[in-house]
Design a binder for this molecule. Structure first.
Ligand code: MGD
Ligand code: MGD
Ligand code: SF4
Ligand code: MO
Length: 729
C-alpha cells in the first residue's frame, strides 16, 4: 500500500473539502486551528504504517485507511476498494484526527457531585464506576422493575452489545437515535412495499428530491452516485424551502411551502393515473388498490396543488409527464431523515406510491430491495422476569410504532407523566439527545424524574453534562469492533469490522468491556462470556470467506442478487403486492390512502426547519478542524420577511416558540421560502466541556417543539412556528 506524503493541516483540509463538499461551494477557510484548542503536533519523522478501518464521523461507515506514525494517527485516506463510498472520504472523515486528538476528550470516569448541570465532578476508578452503576441498576430494578431503566444506544458497531445487555438485564425500554431520524420513512415503505428500499441513484435518469439534501447531508453512495448520474444525463428536480447545495446544482429548484409535499405528490399521481402514463400490465400484476387510488386522487389536480405548494400547476403537470416518460429508470428519491411532520408517514407514502406508479421497484435505476450480506446476529437467551410490565412504556401510543425502536418523544412524555409506569434510570451511549431531540427543556424536565443517568461518550456533551456518571469512550480508531453489514444499493452488499489503529487513549473503555463488567456484577456473566474473535466467527458463520477479505482489503463483498429479487416472490405486504391502498391502516383507524391536510399557518409566525451542513454531523461540532468552516449558526430569513419586520442582516434576534427562546445572528438570504426560517444544529452547547461551541450560536433543540408523527411516533421537527424579533415584547 502506498505511503502518503505529509502535508500541512491547511493543505489537507483543502484536499478533504475537494473530496466532496467544495464542488458544492463550501466557504473558504478563515485560518488555522483556533488557538488554545490545537492538537499536539503530529510527528514529522518515522515510518508510516497503514491500517484499514471504517470512518465513524457519521453513520455511513466509509472505508478508510489510517496512516500511523510513532503510534499516532497522522492522516486518514479513503480505502480505494470500498465501493460504498466510491473510494472517497468527506471533510468530516478527514477531520477525524481532530476528533481523536480533541483536547476536550473525556479522560476518566466522572461522578457528579453537585446538582445536575452544575459541573462538579469527582474522578473515580472504573471499578468504582462499574460497582456504582450495577448497584443503581439493581436498586431501580428492585423497586421499579427492570424496565425501569431506559437504554439509548446511538449508531455504533458496538451498540449491539448494549442492546444484548439491556435485553438480558430485562428492560423493554430500548430506543435509539433512529426515532429522531427515519422511522416514518421506514414505516411508509414497509406499509407500501413491505421493505425499506435502497435507491439505485447511479443508474437513474430522472430524480425528484424532496425533503433531502444529499450534496450536504452526505449519504454514501447516493451523494457521489448522484454526481455521476448527472454526468450521464440524469435530470434532477429539487423541492426544498431552502436553496441548498443540492438545489443549487439541480436542473430545477422549487422553493416549496414546507409541509405541503403530499399535495405535490398526489398531484403527480393524479396526472400519471388520469393521463394513463403508467404501465397497465405492471399495474395489474403489482399494484393493489389502483382503482380506489384513481378515485381518491381525482380531486388532487395540479391546479389544486399549486395553491398549496406554491409550485405552478404547469410545472407539476410537466414534471409528472417527464418522470413518467423516463420510468422505470426514474425515481422519487427515498431519502432518509423524515423526522419532519406529524403526517410524515403519509407524506412519505405519497412519495412511495409515485415510485410504485413508475414501476421502478427492484429494477435498475429504481428503488431496490435489501441485498443478502450474510452477516448473522449471534443468538442469545433473553430471560423472562415475572415482575416486568406487559410491554415497553410507549406501547400503543402510536399505531405504527416500530417495536424495537420505540419513540423517544413518546417515551419522554410517559416518563414525565410516570404513566403507564415509572422509569428511573437512563443509560445513553454515543447519542446526545440534549442537542438532537426537539425541546431541550422537556428533556431536562424528564431528567428530574430519573434517579440515575449514566452516559458513555468521548467528550463532555450536554447530555453528559446533565448525567450522574460519565464514562470515557475510545474513539473508533482506538477499538476493536464486531462485524457490520452495509448496503449501498447496486454498489455493494458488504461486511466490515474495525481493529484498533492506535491503543485506547486515557482511561477509555469500550461498550463491550462495560457490558461484560456489568453483566459479571449483575449475575449474568454468561451473556458476555466470549472473545471478540469468537463473536466475529459467529457473525460470519455463513460467509467464512469474509474474514480473509476483510483482513486483505478492509471489506468483504457478497456478490448477491441486485435486481429482480422479488420477480418470483410475493411482496411482504398483506396484499402481497405494492399497497396503494392499505387495508391494515383501515383496521387501525387510519386513512388507507394518503389524505392531504394543509399545514397550520399563523399570521406573523415562521415555520422553523432543520437541516444539515456538509461539515458537521449533528451535534459533533466541537472539532477544531471542522469549526473553521462555520464557527456559529445564524437564522436564515428571506429579505421580504426581514423587511416586513424591519430587521437588518447580522443583527441579533430572538427566536421564540412554545418550547423556548434563543438569540442568534440573523442572516438575510434569498434562498429561503418566505414563511420559513432555518438554523443549523449543534451550537449553543450548555456544557463548558465542549469549548468550541459552548454558548456559541444557539441550540435549535431549545426552540424546537416536540411533535410526533401520528403513525410511527418518530419525532416531528418541522412543526414549530416561531416569532422573530429584535426585542422581547
Ligand atoms: N435539530 C436537529 N435535530 C436532529 C436532527 C436535525 O437535523 N436537526 N437530525 C436527527 C437525526 S436524522 C439523527 S440521526 C439524530 C442523531 O442524534 P444523535 O445520535 O444524538 O447525534 P450525534 O450528535 O451525532 O451524537 C453522537 C454522539 O456520539 C459521540 N461520539 C462520537 N464518537 C464516539 C465514540 O466513538 N464513542 C462514543 N461513546 N461516543 C462517541 C459524540 O460526541 C456525540 O455526543 O439527530 C436528530 N436530531
Ligand atoms: N454532513 C452531514 N451528512 C449527514 C449527516 C450529518 O449530520 N451531516 N447526517 C446523516 C443522517 S443521520 C441523515 S438522517 C441524513 C439526512 O439526510 P437529509 O434528510 O437529506 O438531510 P437534511 O439536511 O435534514 O435535509 C432535509 C431537507 O429538507 C428540507 N425541508 C424542510 N421542510 C421541507 C418540506 O416541507 N418539504 C421539502 N420538500 N423539503 C423540506 C430542509 O430544508 C433540508 O434541506 O444525512 C446523513 N448525512
Ligand atoms: S460520509 Fe464522511 S463522515 Fe460519513 S462515514 Fe463517510 S467519510 Fe466519514
Ligand atoms: Mo439520521
Amino acid at each position: 500500500m502506498e505511503n502518503t506524503k505529509t502535508i500541512s493541516r491547511r493543505g489537507f483540509l483543502q484536499a478533504s473539502a475537494a473530496a466532496m463538499t467544495a464542488a458544492a461551494g463550501v466557504p473558504a477557510l478563515k485560518g488555522l486551528v483556533s488557538t488554545g484548542h490545537a492538537m499536539a503536533p503530529a510527528p514529522q519523522q518515522g515510518e508510516i504504517s497503514d491500517h484499514f478501518t471504517a470512518c465513524d464521523m457519521c453513520f455511513n461507515r466509509c472505508g478508510m485507511i489510517a496512516r500511523v506514525r510513532n503510534g499516532r494517527v497522522v492522516k486518514l485516506d479513503p480505502n480505494p476498494k470500498f465501493l460504498k463510498s466510491r473510494g472517497m472520504l468527506c471533510a468530516r472523515g478527514n477531520a477525524a484526527t481532530a476528533h481523536i486528538y480533541d483536547p476536550d476528550r473525556l479522560k476518566t470516569p466522572l461522578l457528579r457531585k453537585g446538582a445536575r448541570g452544575e459541573g462538579k465532578w469527582q474522578r473515580i476508578t472504573w471499578d468504582q464506576a462499574m460497582d456504582h452503576t450495577a448497584e443503581q441498576f439493581e436498586r431501580i430494578a428492585e423497586k421499579y422493575t427492570r424496565s425501569g431503566i431506559m437504554f439509548s444506544p446511538g449508531s455504533d458497531m458496538q451498540s449491539q452489545f448494549m442492546i444484548r445487555f439491556a435485553e438480558v438485564f430485562g428492560s423493554y425500554n430500548i430506543t435509539s437515535h433512529e426515532t429522531l431520524c427515519l422511522l416514518s420513512n421506514h414505516r411508509a415503505y414497509l406499509d407500501t412495499f413491505g421493505e425499506t428500499p435502497y435507491p439505485d441513484v447511479l443508474y437513474t435518469k430522472y430524480i425528484i428530491i424532496a425533503g433531502a439534501n444529499p450534496y450536504e447531508a452526505i449519504i454514501t453512495p447516493d451523494t457521489i452516485d448522484l454526481m455521476e448520474a448527472r454526468k450521464n444525463g440524469c435530470k434532477m428536480v429539487v423541492l426544498d424551502p431552502r436553496y441548498t447545495k443540492t438545489a443549487a446544482l439541480a436542473d430545477e429548484w422549487h422553493p416549496i411551502r414546507p409541509g405541503t409535499d403530499m399535495a405535490f405528490f398526489l398531484a403527480l399521481a393524479h396526472v400519471i393515473i388520469h393521463e394513463g402514463l403508467y404501465d397497465p400490465e405492471y399495474a395489474e400484476e403489482m399494484l393493489f388498490g389502483l382503482e380506489e387510488f384513481r378515485s381518491h386522487t381525482r380531486k388532487y389536480s395540479p391546479e389544486w396543488a399549486a395553491g398549496e405548494t406554491g409550485i405552478p400547476a404547469e410545472d407539476i403537470r410537466r414534471i409528472a409527464r417527464e418522470i413518467a416518460a423516463a420510468a422505470p429508470t426514474a425515481m422519487v428519491y427515498t431519502g432518509r431523515r423524515t423526522s419532519d411532520y406529524e403526517d410524515s408517514t403519509q407524506i412519505r407514502r405519497s412519495m412511495a406510491i409515485v415510485n410504485a406508479l413508475l414501476a421502478n421497484w427492484d429494477r435498475p435505476g429504481g428503488i431496490l430491495a435489501s441485498r443478502e450480506v450474510g452477516v448473522r446476529a449471534p443468538y442469545f437467551d433473553i430471560p423472562w422476569y415475572d415482575d416486568n410490565p406487559d410491554d415497553r412504556i410507549d406501547h400503543g401510543m402510536a399505531p405504527g410504532l416500530i417495536h424495537h425502536e420505540g419513540s423517544f418523544k413518546l417515551m419522554r412524555d410517559a416518563i414525565i407523566k410516570e404513566q403507564p409506569y415509572p422509569i428511573r434510570g437512563w443509560f445513553t451511549f454515543k447519542t446526545n439527545f440534549m442537542q438532537t431531540a426537539a425541546n431541550r427543556n422537556k428533556t431536562i424536565e424528564m431528567l428530574d424524574h430519573l434517579d440515575f443517568i449514566v452516559n458513555a461518550d468521548i467528550t463532555m456533551t450536554d447530555t453528559a453534562w446533565y448525567s450522574d456518571l460519565v464514562l470515557p469512550s475510545p474513539s473508533f480508531l482506538e477499538r476493536n469492533d464486531p462485524v457490520s453489514a452495509l448496503q449501498g444499493s447496486s454498489a455493494c452488499a458488504c461486511a466490515i469490522w474495525r481493529d484498533a489503529v492506535v491503543p485506547a487513549m486515557y482511561e477509555s473503555r469500550d461498550m463491550r468491556w462495560i457490558c461484560t463488567e456489568l453483566s459479571n456484577r449483575l449475575g449474568f456473566p454468561e451473556a458476555f462470556d466470549f472473545t471478540l474473535d469468537e463473536y466475529r466467527t459467529w457473525q460470519l458463520e455463513s460467509i467464512p470467506e469474509a474474514a480473509q477479505a476483510i483482513k486483505e482489503d478492509g471489506v468483504y463483498y457478497n456478490p448477491s442478487k441486485v435486481y429482480g429479487i422479488y420477480f418470483d416472490v410475493p411482496l411482504k405486504t398483506q396484499a402481497q403486492k405494492i399497497e396503494l391502498y392499505n387495508q391494515r391502516y383501515v383496521n387501525m383507524g387510519l386513512d388507507p390512502m394518503p389524505v392531504y391536510k394543509a399545514p397550520r399557518r399563523e399570521q406573523g409566525k415562521f415555520r422553523l426547519v432543520v437541516g444539515r451542513t456538509a461539515f458537521f454531523t449533528h451535534s459533533n461540532t466541537n472539532n477544531a478542524l471542522l469549526i473553521e468552516f462555520k464557527d456559529e449558526n445564524t437564522l436564515w430569513m428571506h429579505p421580504r420577511a426581514a423587511a416586513g419586520l424591519g430587521l437588518r442582516d447580522g443583527e441579533r434576534v430572538f427566536v421564540t416558540s412554545d418550547a423556548g427562546r434563543v438569540q442568534l445572528a440573523l442572516r438575510i438570504y434569498e434562498g429561503i421560502e418566505e414563511e420559513t426560517v432555518y438554523m443549523a444544529t449543534g451550537f449553543g452547547a450548555l456544557s463548558p466541556g465542549q469549548r468550541l461551541v459552548h454558548k456559541r450560536g444557539a441550540s435549535i433543540a431549545e426552540v424546537l417543539e416536540d411533535h410526533a408523527d401520528h403513525i410511527s411516533g418518530n419525532m416531528a421537527m418541522h412543526e414549530t412556528l416561531v416569532t422573530v424579533s429584535r426585542r422581547l415584547s
